[in-house]
Design a protein around this ligand. Structure first.
Ligand SMILES: [Zn+2]
Length: 95
């Protein structure tokens, strides 16, 4: 299903491939999967952090802070996914 965004551009409405929430969907460049705005931002952040961690490791620099930030963002994605999964189960149980 298509809708129009703030600038009257067509946007895809559907279910986020990460958290399953119904929403406007965004695709990162070069990626097939489509995600909600929050998951898109977190996944893009994970890509950047992974690149930085690799570069720092190659330069023998400390990556503790970057790995800690990576784990926080990753946990946020998992928490959002689990919250929506439980919400869906709750909705089905009431029927
Ligand atoms: Zn999402």
């Amino acid at each position: 299903m298509f809708d129009l965004d703030y600038h009257n551009r067509p946007t895809l409405i559907g279910q986020c491939d990460a958290c399953s929430r119904p929403c406007k969907l965004f695709a990162l460049p070069g990626r097939y999967a489509r995600h909600c705005l929050e998951c898109s931002a977190d996944i893009a952040t994970l890509f950047v952090l992974a690149t930085e961690i690799d570069a720092n490791r190659r330069s023998n620099l400390n990556v503790d802070d970057l790995e800690r930030e990576w784990a926080e963002v990753d946990q946020r994605l998992i928490t959002r996914h689990d919250a929506n999964r439980h919400r869906d189960k709750g909705g089905r149980d009431k029927r």
